[in-house]
Design a binder for this molecule. Structure first.
Ligand code: MG
Ligand code: MG
Length: 629
């Protein structure tokens, strides 16, 4: 199979699109008719431009409202097709893609439709051209790929084939069972798009919300397996209509597209790319602590029950731990300056635990994501990091790698790991610039075995925040991603202060949140203040005893419950921090406390209002050179 992408998928003029597509690595492109009509040069020049960039034009598309017409209308549409054939000859492409008609005068009926396609195929054959037929999900009479296949099969023309488009198939919930029975050589084109599960009309859903495979919630892997069973060996072409993509940098979108294409290719049984692995847990969190916040960072960690159990032999890096949680505090000023938001305390890297770190690294690399090997950055350790498309750094570790890290990099452990109330990292919440949001989703889902929750909106006092949770098959890893159009939401404040993506909060699971909260209060660490009205509502909403609510209010603990259990949470504000620590106790509850996100965001906004001075108006430049631990 050969990857391709439709020009409609990205923004810009035709030359900008073609250059971005070629630059990303593609050698084939579907030419969307509007891009040709709006091109200032001749049709031949458009074809020559594609060719000069090494791009084969897979098809000219779409040809609309063709079948089911009668009389003069039918004659006119046949003539129109001949004019399309003229264009195709000048473009040097041989395939016309016809999508099923939405014409109000289109008549139904198998034999009528078959006759139309027999004539179109005969006309195309005289000119050495081919025709492919696609069932639009909102087609007037044909809206299911099985009906389109019935028409193609009955017309029985050697130069007439079928288009399979994942969006039209999944959006209608069509069964995939028929696909493996279609001969691969009668499928002329496979178009791929993903999309979030939404409840809306097919046309609007398609025009605004398609995204690259890996970014949505359709079962693309099952589709690819069905196509592989047909023996199809042609183009697999992304065809995406997406409002965000239309606004975005064409190079970034084309690059995402190509990585998604590599991701699809990795689903093939013969692929040599290592399989996806689950992230089993967060192996460590590295904090970059500038000198002025170093002492307070240690105080905050101690207040949460962490103890310093080791330090690097020749770098100013300490290992703090509690239960199964490890935090590296890096106070090397030259290191801190590498990081976005280096004026404050921020998360500079995460380490994630997988079964086989080397295989994860090879997979990330094969899918076009940047990996940074220790020798490339003169590191003392042996860890390889995957660099996020948003600049973040994720070290890939397996059990031997973790053991080597602790034994060789932090050998001076004299103190046992603190046995406090905090047990594990429950989740990490990150703020991502809106234009990078789907790029980050693609990277995590292409490299790791992660589910993507439906998107939900968090209402911040200053706008909406879109949020989704990436999670593995075990509860060891939950990653909440947040993006917002509105400039003053808490999400975009984090991004502005840091100058890019960043961790918004780190949530630890406590086996006794009251115990942790008492300890934090006794140590005098700042806890995010929750308005008293919240607690008045809690009494009526959940029927909790007044004494229980009074304790929650005293400790600023938020509460929620769902059908599977209860959830409590509070936030600690580290001095100079670009993020919050969250402490949660979940008793069966499955979510991340989204019901309280508005209260948390409001509390952050109010606190921000009182400390408005720590907003940096001019973000630092993105970091170009990374130096490892
Ligand atoms: Mg299509
Ligand atoms: Mg949280």
């Amino acid at each position: 199979m050969t990857p391709s992408i439709a020009t409609v998928s990205i923004s810009g003029t035709l030359p900008e699109k073609l250059e971005a597509i070629a630059q990303a690595g593609y050698q084939a492109v579907e030419l969307f008719e509007n891009d040709l009509l709006s091109f200032s040069g001749t049709v031949r020049e458009a074809g020559a431009l594609a060719s000069s960039l090494g791009l084969t034009i897979v098809t000219l598309q779409p040809f609309r409202d063709f079948e089911g017409l009668e009389g003069l209308q039918r004659q006119r549409v046949m003539d129109y097709a001949e004019r399309k054939f003229d264009l195709m000859e000048e473009l040097n492409t041989s395939l016309l893609m016809v999508c099923s008609s939405i014409h109000p005068d289109a008549q139904p009926g198998l034999s009528r439709t078959v006759n139309d396609f027999v004539e179109l195929a005969e006309r195309a054959r005289k000119r050495g051209l081919k025709v492919a037929y696609e069932a639009l999900a909102w087609g007037r009479h044909v809206n299911d790929y099985r009906d389109a296949w019935e028409i193609v099969r009955t017309a029985n023309q050697p130069n007439l084939g079928l288009v399979l488009d994942t969006f039209h198939i999944f959006s209608r919930g069509s069964d995939l069972e028929v696909i493996p029975y279609i001969p691969g050589d009668q499928i002329f084109l496979v178009q791929t798009a993903d999309a979030p599960h939404l409840s809306m009309d097919h046309l609007s859903w398609s025009r605004h919300y398609r995204c690259f495979p890996g970014q949505g919630q359709m079962d693309i892997a099952r589709f690819m397996a069905a196509v592989e069973a047909t023996g199809y060996a042609g183009y697999i072409s992304h065809e995406i209509f997406n409002d965000t993509f239309r606004m975005a940098n064409p190079r970034q979108i084309a690059q995402d597209g190509y990585r998604s294409s590599l991701y699809l290719a990795s689903m093939h049984q013969q692929s040599s790319v290592p399989l996806k692995q689950a992230i089993e847990s967060i192996a460590f969190i590295e904090l970059s602590a500038p000198a002025e916040h170093y002492a307070s960072t240690k105080q905050t960690l101690a207040a949460l029950g962490f103890a310093q159990i080791g330090h690097h032999p020749n770098k100013p890096v300490e290992r703090w731990a509690q239960g199964g949680i490890n935090i590296l505090v890096n106070r090397d000023p030259s290191f801190a300056k590498q990081w976005l938001g280096h004026d404050g305390l921020s998360v500079s890297a995460l380490g994630v635990l997988v079964h086989d770190a080397n295989a994860a690294e090879r997979r990330a690399s094969a899918l076009g994501f940047k990996v940074i090997r220790p020798e490339a950055c003169d590191a003392s350790h042996q860890m390889t990091a995957m660099q996020g498309v948003d600049g973040t750094l994720t070290y890939l570790l397996d059990i031997p790698g973790i053991e080597a890290l602790w034994s060789t990099e932090f050998p001076n452990s004299t103190v046992p790991i603190a046995d406090g109330t905090l047990e594990t990292v429950d989740h990490i919440s990150v703020s991502i610039p809106y234009e990078d949001y789907l790029s980050v989703v693609l990277q995590y889902r292409a490299v790791f075995d992660l589910d993507l929750s439906p998107a939900f909106d968090i209402t911040d006092p200053r706008g909406l925040i879109q949020s989704q949770v990436l999670s593995g098959p075990t509860p060891g890893f939950r990653f909440a991603i947040n993006g917002s159009h509105s400039p003053q939401t808490t999400t975009n404040q984090v991004i502005r202060r840091r100058g890019g993506s960043g961790v918004q909060h780190i949530a630890f699971h406590s086996r006794s949140i009251a115990h942790t909260a008492e300890r934090v209060a006794a140590a005098g660490a700042e806890v995010l203040a929750i308005p008293q009205n919240y607690y008045r509502d809690l009494a009526g909403k959940f029927g909790l005893a007044p004494a229980v609510i009074a304790d929650m209010e005293r400790l600023q603990i938020l509460f929620d419950a769902d059908s599977s259990g209860q959830f409590q949470q509070f936030y600690v504000v580290p001095e100079g921090g670009h993020f919050l620590f969250e402490v949660v106790q979940r008793d069966g509850y499955l979510g991340l406390g989204a019901a309280n996100a508005y209260i948390r965001a409001s509390a952050q906004q109010q606190r921000q209002h009182h400390a408005a001075s720590d907003i940096v108006e001019d973000p630092p430049n993105p970091i170009e050179h990374l130096k490892c631990l």
